[in-house]
Design a protein around this ligand. Structure first.
Ligand code: TPP
Ligand code: MG
Length: 794
């Protein structure tokens, strides 16, 4: 099969082509200037070594392609008055996006000291990748960006997230051909099976086939054309090809491709919105095949550079010391004919700016890229409508996530018109017991359906794809453009997005320091189907380490919650869904769990983040407790309460304080985390010197890490998951990891001074119980009746 360009040349006048080319040359000039120059920005005098930055940093190779896309997006945005943003996958091409932002004036409006004249150009150049300046990548500091592009792979899922529920928005998305090799990017092509042409905007991918990554060719660039074409069509796209290296011909081809793409998009949207078409449309994708480092030095020191992998970063790297490199840089810069692009004061000439749209239509000024400006508070129903009654703690059971599902159903119903809340997850919404939401909205789906399917809907706002990366990327794109959402995930598999969440936390951390970036809704995780209750799946599904991972990150942007029952989960959810600029990790089980707190108690407990549960202990406040039993997590809470009950019965004169921690960061020092407890408060709660037996949901080391500075730390003994997992009974999981009530009682006896001898018989009974448990489950396959039927008070 032969692939012919599927676009007709646009009827551009020669003047239009010249103006587009002038804009592109100006952007290229500014990109090169940022990489190399710290003085003499307009080359008003011959280039000398002292004009050159001492450290040459940045990425040239992708920049001419990005500049081409930006120039041509300007044209169609202006011509068609489009509401458009662009996600720059090769975000390492920061010089290109900054250059365009400066040209269109967005940059100087955002940063007035970098004015659109010679003085501002000098600053623009100098600040790039310079100490105290701006990052070399597209970053939160870059006007018009929602995507860092440092860690490759997330461009297209971000673009889809931005387009969801933004029916008037066009989201262009440049995908590096290297980036296209990543797993996350490969999965995200399928976003087009979820995008509703009626309620969502359009995504226009531009596959940037410059042929190379850092040091290698790219897979897609070396496929025979018909194979690439088949691949993209297989992804459900209609490819439009632009290729060449003659700038004026490429301008014409690119303009034609964009015109065609926009016409196709308009036709798809019209068919769906006006004619009720329900087929899955083949959305256009532009394949842009131009040389890497196009217009840069063709060869350097005798080796080819332009159009090869050598163009990736800085093509001439000894400019200060090597006169030949210096002369070639000057020739390279002058090849853009800056005197035709900028006036005597350094301002871009009118012809250069002819394609640039105005005001908020400019890509660097579109409010969708500063989503907090558009954010509205989420309507959250009164928690009283969902709370479970608790007459006596530990006597009734509910599935916490199911209760939360009822609340989320209402949130979905209340946002049916405004469409600014999405629930994402890798195929686990129902498994995680949140299926009540389906009563209010369906699962987004544009592909084929069969009669046995359930809850699939073209306009659904639950997003389920078995790609945690894609879920994460969609949600990030959605939040960054000013909406709300929740990601529900199996606890063990959320690790798949470790690296993505790193980047999002970095983004939030940096954005907090940028005055013009308005706060956005937090990224909320509900981690369920957790380590302690993997009844179906066992060891492969057991890993509570995501919390360890996120707590390494900027503390000001991370919150971790362990609500121990249904009402505390409601109070926590209410809190996180109202919060801004955080990554909130909420870990809660889906299995029946004892109700400990009424809604009012849950609210104050969550507000405190950690507190004494007086009713559970024997610490009557008349003297210091002999021992503290602490818990974080639903299963550890149950074991601690059961252990406290055993101690009350077996050692009634022992003063046991029961502490529950719902907000893990409270354990951190106040100087290290905004939620951290001052020492005085911590010492009062946990004592300075009594044994503290801490039953924790995850890996025990984390609690030591968080509490190592506290006075009581030498007395702190943490029980948690120690990688002993399998498919077994719920109680056996805690026994295997020494987190069970009997082991906790033994810990108390072992660590409380004076108890070892006095309570030797009690300790022995506890050990015997563990032995009985061992034999019982092997004989009957279920937990001991006194464990399985345990309630507080029994
Ligand atoms: C996930 C990830 N892996 C590796 C890198 C290191 N890296 C930076 S740029 C690059 C090559 C990118 O090639 P491509 O996507 O084709 O971009 P372009 O050619 O437009 O520069 C690589 C591997 C990265 N940034 N992210
Ligand atoms: Mg490339």
């Amino acid at each position: 099969m032969s692939v012919t360009p599927s676009t007709a040349p646009a009827a551009l006048s020669d003047q239009e082509v010249q103006e587009l080319d002038a804009h592109w040359r100006a952007a290229n000039y500014l990109a090169v200037g940022q990489i190399y120059l710290m003085a003499n920005p307009l080359l008003r005098e011959p280039l000398r070594p002292e004009h050159i930055k001492p450290r040459l940093l940045g990425h040239w190779g992708t920049s001419p392609g990005l500049n081409l896309v930006h120039t041509h997006l300007n044209r169609i945005v202006k011509q068609r008055d489009l509401d458009t943003i662009c996600v720059w996958g090769p975000g390492h091409g920061g010089p290109a996006v900054l250059a365009n932002s400066w040209l269109e004036g967005s940059y100087s409006e955002t940063y007035p000291d970098v004015s659109r004249d010679a003085e501002g150009m000098a600053k623009l150049f100098r600040q790039f990748s310079f100490p105290g300046g701006v990052p070399s990548h597209v970053a939160p500091e870059t006007p018009g960006s929602i995507h860092e592009g440092g860690e490759l792979g997330y461009a297209l899922s971000h673009a889809y997230g931005a387009a969801l529920d933004n029916p008037g928005l066009l989201v262009a998305c440049v995908i590096g051909d290297g980036e296209a090799e990543t797993g996350p990017l490969a999965a995200s092509w399928h976003g087009n099976k979820f995008l509703d042409p009626v309620h969502d905007g359009a995504v226009l991918p531009v596959l940037h086939l410059n042929g190379y990554k850092i040091a290698n060719p790219t897979v897609l660039a070396r496929l025979p054309e018909d194979e690439l074409d088949a691949l993209l069509r297989g992804y459900g796209h209609e490819p439009l090809y632009v290729s060449g290296q003659d700038p004026l011909a490429v301008h014409r081809a690119m303009a034609a491709a964009l015109d065609t793409a926009l016409e196709r998009i308009a036709a798809i949207q019209r068919a769906a919105r006006e004619d009720g078409a329900t087929g899955r449309p083949a959305w256009p994708v532009i394949v842009l095949r131009t040389p890497k480092g196009w217009t840069g030095p063709a060869e350097v020191d005798g080796v080819p550079v332009e159009g090869t992998w050598r163009a990736h970063q800085v093509p001439l790297d000894q400019v200060r010391d090597n006169p030949d490199h210096l002369a070639r840089l000057e020739a390279w810069l002058r090849s853009y004919r800056p005197e035709e692009l900028f006036d005597a004061t350094g301002r871009p000439l009118p012809g250069v700016l002819a394609c640039v749209p105005d005001g908020t239509r400019r890509l660097g000024s579109n409010p969708h890229t500063n989503g907090g400006l558009l954010l509205r508070d989420l309507p959250l129903p009164p928690l009283e409508d969902y709370a479970v009654p608790v007459d006596k703690p530990g006597t009734t059971l509910h599935e916490p996530t199911r209760i939360l599902g009822d609340l989320l159903e209402q949130v979905m119903a209340d946002t049916a018109e405004r469409r600014d809340f999405r629930l994402v997850g890798p195929d686990e919404t129902a498994s995680n017991r949140l299926q009540a939401v389906y009563a209010a909205t369906g699962k987004a789906w544009q592909a084929a359906t069969v009669p046995t399917d359930e809850h699939l809907a073209r306009d659904g706002r639950v997003m389920e794809i078995l790609s945690e990366h894609t879920c994460q990327g969609w949600l990030e794109g959605y939040l960054l453009t000013g909406r709300h959402g929740l990601f529900s995930c199996y606890e063990a598999f959320v690790h798949i997005v470790d690296s993505m969440v790193n980047q999002h936390i970095k983004w939030l951390r940096t954005s907090r320091g940028i005055a013009w970036r308005a706060p956005i809704a937090s990224l909320n995780y509900l981690l369920t189907s957790h380590v302690w209750r993997q009844d179906h799946n066992g060891f492969s599904h057991q890993d509570p380490g995501f919390v360890d991972h996120v707590l390494n990150k900027s503390p000001e942007a991370v919150r971790v919650y362990f609500p121990p029952d249904a009402n505390t989960l409601l109070a926590t959810a209410d809190h996180v869904l109202r919060s801004r600029d955080y990554v909130n990790v909420v870990v809660a089980g889906k299995q029946p769990c004892f109700d400990w707190l009424t809604l009012d108690e849950a609210r104050v407990h969550c507000a405190r983040g950690a507190g004494v549960w007086e009713w559970a202990g024997t610490d009557d406040g008349t003297r210091e407790p002999d021992v503290v039993l602490a818990a974080a997590g639903d299963v550890p809470t149950q074991e601690v309460i059961a252990a406290a009950g055993l101690l009350r019965r077996e050692l009634p004169d022992l003063a046991v304080r029961v502490v529950n921690v719902v907000d893990l960061a409270r354990l951190m020092p106040a100087e290290e985390h905004p939620h951290g407890m001052p020492d005085a408060e911590f010492d009062a709660l946990f004592t300075r010197d009594r044994p503290v037996i801490f039953a924790y949901h995850g890996y025990p080391w984390l609690i030591h890490r968080l509490a190592y500075r506290r006075a009581v730390h030498p007395q702190l003994h943490v029980r948690g998951y120690k990688e002993s997992g399998t498919t077994t009974t719920p109680f056996d999981m805690v026994v295997r990891n020494d987190l069970d009530r009997y082991r906790l009682v033994m810990d108390v006896i072992d660590r409380t001074p004076g108890l070892a001898v006095r309570a030797a018989a009690v300790r022995q009974r506890m050990a015997d119980q563990r032995a009985r448990h061992h034999d019982w489950i092997r004989e009957y396959g279920t937990d001991l009746p006194e464990v399985a039927d345990w309630t507080r008070g029994s």
